[in-house]
Design a protein around this ligand. Sequence first.
Ligand code: G
Ligand code: G
Ligand code: MN
Ligand code: NA
Length: 256
Amino acid sequence: MHLEQRLRRAVKQGEFHLEYQPIVDMRTGTINSVEALIRWHDPEHGLISPEAFIPIAEETGLIEPLGEWILHQALTDLADIHAQGIPLCMAINISARQCINTKGISFCQTLQEALETYAISPKDVHIEITESLLIEDKPQRLQCLNTIKQLGVDIYLDDFGTGYSALSYLTKCPISVIKIDKSFIENITNKQSDVKLIRAIVMMAKNLELPIVAEGVETRQQWDFLQGLDCDYAQGYLISRPLTKAHLLPFLQQAV
Ligand code: G
Ligand code: G
Ligand code: MN
Ligand code: NA
C-alpha cells in the first residue's frame, strides 16, 4: 500500500503515540519542559520516522486531524502529569498548514478550547514552529501566532539556522525562544567553522534577549562548550532520549 493510503488508515486506526524528550535548564540542571514527538508504528512496516510521514501528512491535509490528535494527546498526558503533582511545560510542534485549517478555523482557537478542556495554564504550553512557516508572507499566519502569544502561550522557533536567512522575522514575529538545530551542535567539537557559527547565533540571541535551547546535545564536550557560552537550555541524548509517558514519569521523579 502507498504511504499516503497507509497514513490515512493510520490516522483512522490510531497507530500513533507520543514520546516526550526532556529539556534541561543548563544553569540549574532542572527539567522544566518536554517536547512532544510523534511516533508511528505501522503494523506491517514497523516504526516510521516523522521525517518521512510529516511532509506527506502536510501535503495531503492529513496533518489537520493528526495535529488535533497530537494536541489532545499531549494535553491529556500533561494534565495527568500535573495531577501527580509534577510541574512541567509541554512543547508541541505545529506545521504551517495547521495555522488555519480548511474549515477556516485558526489553530489558536483550537488551542484555547483545548487548554480550557484540560484545565491547563497557557504558560505550561509552548508551540514550536519552523522557519519555513514564517517564510511565506501570509498575514493570517502571523495573526494566528500573535493570537497564540496573546493567549499566554510562548512560541519557540525550531531548527533555527537551517531555513532561510531572513532574520527580520525574529523581531516581526512573536518568538520567545530559539532552538539551535542539532546539525550545528554535532560539529562544535571538531569543526572550527561551526564553533564560530554557534558563537554568532548565541551572541545574536543574547542581543535580542531571546533564550536559547541547544538541540541534539549528545556528549559532555558539547555540553561544556555550550555552558561556556552561557547557553540557556539543552535537549539531546546526553540528557535523555524521547521517552514514553510511562518512562517519563520515573525519569522526572528521579531528576528532582
Ligand atoms: O522525533 P524525530 O527527531 O524523529 O522527529 C523528526 C522531525 O519530525 C522533527 O524535527 C519534527 O520537525 C517532526 N515532528 C516530530 N513530531 C512532530 C509533531 O508532533 N508535529 C509536527 N508537525 N512535526 C513533528
Ligand atoms: O522538532 P525537531 O526537528 O527539533 O525534532 C527533534 C528530533 O531530534 C527528534 O526526532 C528527536 O528524536 C531527535 N533528537 C533528539 N535528541 C537528539 C540527539 O541528541 N541526537 C540526534 N541525532 N537526534 C536527536
Ligand atoms: Mn521541535
Ligand atoms: Na529541531
